[in-house]
Design a protein around this ligand. Structure first.
Ligand SMILES: *Cc1c(COP(=O)(O)O)cnc(C)c1O
Ligand code: SF4
Length: 351
């Protein structure tokens, strides 16, 4: 048993968080870069690329929870958590190959809010809201307004799944599906459970590390009750995101509720683009009961070019990661190519 788990076993149960608790926590999030920089005691004037961050937040607003900010190092403008969320003037750079819809989401939309790209799996955009705004987000330009799954559209999506018996897994994505209230999630799971050919429910979420109090009693209870095998894919890019007892307790509660935990990361320039950083991340994830799954090359969305790690560097890092870790701690290096039937392993000959 890992040190973290044996430590947790000696701790009392985490305090139950009320429904209002996490929503209040979200309401108190930082909504302006200056607020966060003040908290971190970083002088904006000393950091050139942030000088006109105001322009960047006009096209993609700023949002960082206090919980996430608490894991940033005070006074460090290069903190790997800070760099994920800090807008910069480099976002307005127009770079060849970077576009609005880098993964071909729009061509995969079947009914509003439902993406059917891969065999046996559909992806439901359950909300456009997130607990945090990541500047590298590939859906930063996604037309959520037209594709938020309101209850009327949700029924259309349910009908679509009902009619196709080859679909056995529904992936709730967004935005972040765990931003939905327990009431909304319960309604949705209730409906999905009635579809006999569905076996698995998967959630992709950044909530466990950005708004851990959201993993509350009501959520755990509902996930414990479902007949569907439940999988949570966390999106964690750096080991420091796990430096919090509340985060570790939240993941532990999910694991106890028989939710299978996997993680996917994005390889990000100056944030996690080293063998050491990724090895630390894999080790920390596994300590916490989370299985490393994917390491994604950046999706080339406009505004995110400064996060790109060249493919050769990515391969070099990944090969050295393989030399350093047991196989089960090495995430698959993948990229998404619009129109393909799965994520594509790197390197792959494109025939
Ligand atoms: C990534 C993705 C999936 C799931 O892919 P897995 O390889 O099963 O993790 C499903 N649908 C869409 C649209 C995706 O982008
Ligand atoms: S949580 Fe996910 S969907 Fe939301 S901004 Fe971050 S990367 Fe994008």
């Amino acid at each position: 048993m890992s040190q973290v788990n044996s430590l947790l076993n000696r701790m009392p149960n985490p305090p139950s968080t009320s429904h209002l608790g996490w929503q209040q926590e979200l309401a108190s999030a930082y909504r302006h870069p200056q607020q966060l920089l003040d908290y971190l005691q970083i002088d904006n004037n000393a950091v050139n690329q942030w000088a006109d961050a105001n322009k960047a937040v006009q096209s993609f607003s700023f949002l960082v929870t206090r919980s996430f900010a608490e894991r940033m190092q005070k006074g460090n403008p290069n903190d790997p958590l800070l760099l994920q969320v800090m807008p910069t003037n480099r976002e307005s750079a127009v770079v060849d190959g970077f576009g609005q819809d880098p993964v071909g989401d729009l061509q995969a939309l079947t009914v509003p809010g439902l993406l059917h790209k891969y065999h046996g799996r559909v992806l439901l955009i359950s909300t456009g809201a997130c607990p945090i705004h990541c500047r590298y987000c590939f859906r930063r330009n996604f037309p959520y307004q037209a594709n938020q799954n309101n209850t009327r559209q949700e029924q259309q999506a349910i009908n679509y799944i009902q009619q196709r018996t080859e679909i056995n897994e529904v992936i709730l994505s967004g935005g972040d599906p765990l931003i939905l209230t327990n009431r909304r999630l319960t309604q949705l799971i209730d409906k999905l459970e009635t579809i006999p050919h569905l076996k698995r429910l998967r959630l992709h979420s950044r909530v466990p590390t950005t708004l851990p109090s959201r993993i509350d009693d009501g959520l755990i209870q509902r996930l414990t009750q479902t007949r569907l095998q439940t999988i949570l894919v966390t999106h964690i890019n750096h080991a420091n995101e796990l430096n919090s007892n509340v985060v570790i307790q939240s993941l532990d509660r999910l694991a106890l509720a028989k939710v299978k935990l996997f993680n996917q990361s994005v390889l990000l320039n100056k944030i996690n683009d080293s063998v050491k950083s990724l090895a630390d991340l894999s080790e920390r994830l596994f300590d916490t009961g989370v299985q490393p799954y994917y390491l994604h090359l950046l999706d080339k969305v406009s505004g995110a070019s400064h996060f790109e790690v060249p493919e050769n560097t990515a391969l070099y890092i990944h090969q050295n990661l393989q030399k350093r870790l047991p196989g089960y701690l090495v995430p698959k290096l993948v990229r998404e190519i619009p129109g393909e039937m799965s994520k594509i392993s790197v390197p792959t000959l494109h025939i």
